[in-house]
Write a protein that binds this ligand. Structure first.
Ligand SMILES: Nc1ncnc2c1ncn2[C@@H]1O[C@H](COP(=O)(O)OP(=O)(O)OP(=O)(O)O)[C@@H](O)[C@H]1O
Ligand SMILES: [Mg+2]
Length: 789
């Protein structure tokens, strides 16, 4: 039961509130006052949609109030009771955003928000009705009471099937039928294929092939035995032949060896003869004695040679030593001594020259000169003192008053000048003398210097010629040694020539002796070789005898054997063997091929069995599917029958109440020719179709009866009915009967009815709330809602 509805900005409703109770509730108002909008809002609150929105006649934004004020948001809220519980649903629509919020509450407790879809699902669970069922069975659109009759003929059953969800059974049935057909097709296909196969023929083939295989196998076995025999024969013959060939080869080797040994013997005999020729006249013993003697001689000679060589080398080294000494004396020592001697003689002469200039008493002269200089120096210093005294006297005299500077006596200017003149003359003479003295001191000093230098040079030169005599002596000695050395070399070279010729003589002698020795040695070797060769020739003779014996033995083994013939026989055996082998191979491939064919046939047979089994399986499947689809069909028929029965029962219960006339006594929904037809029964018992046969009013009542019956049959738990302007085509009597029905009779079937009408006389039908909806449409006013008490 719906208890409360609240609308905000919902089309012409600015803010409208409705409270409803059980029984018939009425919304009364003029055209365009906003009545249908309330029902649309109820449907929208429950399911988020309503018929005009669903069929896209209007958009969701269109329900938000545009006039008199433009709004951005609309809101609906509905309160209802189911099984003693209170529920509420609220939905908000925002311009351009659709439903922006939805919620559902149970006894004030939030069950779900804000997901619109989830809220709708929960409401459907609570009501046990979905939008389809609600819109078709409970909520008739304005003036669409005859909705059922307006469905084109032939489609009503389908529509009702949809409502009853029978269409699901039909879909399942149709697909199981098509599946069964498909399976049958497949089965026929297999059957056709099987028909092409001759099973008896297959079995016959298999048994024939088996016989043939058995026979061939037997023949093959006997051939195999024969093959083994021939193989053994060949093997033995091959072995024998091989052995004989080996003997032949051996024999050939022996003969070759014999020939080799014989020619070796011949060679050796030839060599023996040659050696005997060469050694004729010698004996081994005499050779050995001579050889020993020779060796002794050589030894002695070599000893002598050794000594000679030593004296030769001594002489050689002595001579070369003497020569190098002479060289040294000549080039180094004597020439240096001569040079030094000459230098010293030169210096001696120089000293003599110097002395002739200076005289022998040079030291005495130096001493005298030094004394002279001393004397001059003392003279100079006394003159200097006198000059100084004179100068100071002249100075005093000329600067003082006419007074004698010595005796302080008065002087006349003439006396004074005379005195000055006298002193000046004196001074002049002294200065001249001083000049002469200085000059002579300079001369003396120069002479002294020269003397001292000469004395120094002479003493240095004396030092240089101090060893003059020793050098002279050494030079004489060296020249003496040189003469001695030259005479030694002359003697030594003479001896050297003698020793050299002795040496050559000795070497020649030794060479001759050694040649002799070598010749004897060779002869001795030849003697030994001869013995060896004789021994070897004996051995060879023995070996040749041995080989001859072996050859005889081997030749005995080959006696009476014809190898060529034996080979011929072997060839024949081999060709027979390969013949049998080829035969065996072809037997093998025969048998194999037959086995293959047998297997093929067996497989075909097996396949056939499998196909037969498959057909049986498919047959069972088709049968089951057919049973299933029949059951589905029966279920559909049953459901339709139950539905029609429920509808007809409800309609008949209602009919007499809804239709107060006697023309039609009964109403039914008749299922015929795969369709549903609404029929009325005349007084005479005949049934007529409502469509096309009854008046508009009768048609409306029949439709109302059907509506209520549908609501009861399809949503028995909800027991709500919505009627929007149901009185079209009804006359006054019918309207008053409808009023009566809604007020007194319908409660038996329906708990809550919503009646929308513009006819005030229907107000009497109310057993619940009455709301008057008022609105000045021309002024675009919002709807005013007035509750009528
Ligand atoms: N979004 C809107 N804003 C304002 N007014 C609107 C809006 N949508 C529709 N209307 C107006 O609201 C009025 C109510 O329409 P509604 O169908 O509810 O009226 P009604 O009472 O059922 O009328 P009738 O008796 O003709 O069926 C209409 O006149 C319509 O023009
Ligand atoms: Mg209306």
């Amino acid at each position: 039961m719906i208890t409360k509805v609240e609308l905000k900005n919902w089309r012409s409703h600015l803010e409208s509130k409705f409270e409803f109770s059980p029984g018939t509730n009425i919304l009364l108002g003029k055209i365009g006052s906003g009545k249908s909008s309330v029902l649309d809002a109820i449907c929208f609150a429950f399911f988020g949609t309503f018929p005009n929105l669903q069929t896209k006649k209007i958009k969701l934004d269109d329900v938000i109030m545009r006039k008199p004020v433009e709004k951005n948001k609309a809101e609906v809220e509905i309160h209802f009771q189911v099984d003693g519980k209170n529920y509420s649903v609220k939905r908000i629509i925002e311009k351009g955003k659709g439903t922006s919020y939805s919620e559902v509450r149970e006894d004030g407790k939030l069950l779900e928000a804000p997901n619109t879809q989830r809220v709708t699902e929960i409401v459907e669970e609570i009501l046990k009705v979905d939008y389809e069922l609600f819109s078709k069975a409970i909520y008739s659109e304005q003036n669409a009471l005859d909705y059922f009759l307006t469905i084109p003929k032939g489609q009503r059953m389908k529509k009702i099937d949809e409502l009853l969800a029978i269409d699901k059974f039909e879909k399942a049935r149709a697909s199981s039928v098509s599946l069964a057909n498909k399976i049958e097709d497949r089965m026929h296909g297999i059957e056709d294929a099987i028909k092409q196969i001759d099973e008896e023929e297959l079995k016959k083939n298999i048994s024939e092939l088996e016989d043939s295989i058995k026979k061939l196998t037997l023949e093959k076995e006997s051939l195999e035995k024969e093959f083994e025999k021939v193989y053994e024969e060949r093997r033995i013959l091959e072995k024998e032949l091989q052995d004989l060939k080996k003997i032949e080869e051996n024999l050939e080797i022996l003969k070759m060896e014999k020939r080799g040994e014989e020619s070796a013997l011949e060679e050796i005999m030839k060599a023996i003869r040659l050696i005997e020729e060469t050694t004729k006249g010698f004996s081994k013993e005499s050779l050995q004695t001579s050889l020993k003697e020779l060796e002794n001689d050589i030894e002695k000679l070599e000893e002598e040679l050794k000594q000679k060589k030593e004296s030769y080398e001594k002489l050689f080294s002595d001579i070369s030593q003497a020569k190098s000494k002479i060289n040294f004396l000549k080039e180094e020592k004597i020439s240096k001594l001569e040079q030094s001697l000459n230098e010293k003689i030169g210096i001696k002469k120089e000293i003599e020259n110097l002395l002739s200039i200076t005289g022998e008493n040079i030291d005495q002269q130096i001493k005298e000169k030094k004394e002279e200089i001393e004397k001059v120096n003392s003279e100079i210093s006394s003159i200097n003192t006198t000059i100084k005294d004179l100068n100071s006297f002249i100075q005093h005299l000329s600067s003082s008053e006419n007074k004698c500077p010595v005796c302080e006596s008065v002087l006349t200017p003439e006396r004074k000048n005379f005195l000055i003149k006298q002193k000046q003359d004196q001074l002049k003479k002294l200065e001249d003398k001083l000049g002469n003295l200085i000059m002579s001191r300079q001369n003396l000093t120069e002479i002294l210097n020269k003397l001292e230098n000469s004395a120094k040079s002479i003493s240095e030169m004396y030092l240089q010629i101090k060893d003059l005599q020793e050098v002279q002596k050494e030079l004489e000695n060296s020249e003496k040694v040189l003469v001695e050395l030259n005479s030694f070399i002359m003697q030594a070279e003479k001896n050297f020539a003698i020793v050299k010729s002795d040496l050559e003589q000795l070497e020649k002698q030794i060479k001759e002796e050694e040649n002799k020795k070598r010749k004897y040695e060779i002869l001795l070797i030849q003697f030994e070789d001869l013995e060896e060769k004789k021994k070897r020739s004996e051995e060879l003779k023995l070996r040749i005898e041995e080989i001859k014996k072996k050859i005889e033995e081997e030749e005995l083994k080959l006696k009476g054997k014809d190898l060529a013939k034996m080979e011929e026989i072997l060839k024949q055996i081999i060709s027979k063997e390969s013949e049998i082998k080829t035969k065996l191979q072809s037997y093998g491939s025969f048998i194999q091929e037959k086995e293959l064919r047998k297997k093929e046939n067996e497989e075909k047979l097996k396949d056939l069995e499998k196909q037969k089994k498959e057909i049986k399986r498919l047959e069972v499947l088709v049968r089951d599917l057919k049973i299933f689809s029949l059951a589905l069909e029966e279920t559909q028929v049953e459901l339709r029958r139950d539905f029609v029965e429920a509808v007809n029962y409800a309609m008949n219960k209602l009919w007499n109440t809804l239709y107060p006339y006697q023309d039609f006594v009964s109403i039914r929904l008749n299922a015929e020719e795969g369709d549903y037809i609404l029929q009325l029964q005349g007084r005479d018992g005949t049934w007529v179709n409502v469509e096309g046969n009854v008046s508009g009013g009768e048609r409306s009542i029949a439709c109302l009866a059907l509506r209520i019956a549908f609501a009861l049959a399809l949503a028995p738990q909800l027991r709500i009915l919505v009627l929007d302007e149901p009185t079209a085509n009804l006359d006054a009597k019918a309207i008053s009967e409808l009023t009566l029905t809604l007020r007194e009779r319908i409660n038996e079937f329906i708990d809550q009815t919503f009646l929308i009408t513009h006819q005030p006389e229907l107000e009497d039908a109310a057993t619940g709330s009455i709301y008057m909806l008022e609105r000045e449409k021309e002024k675009d006013e919002p709807t005013r809602v007035v509750k009528v008490d």
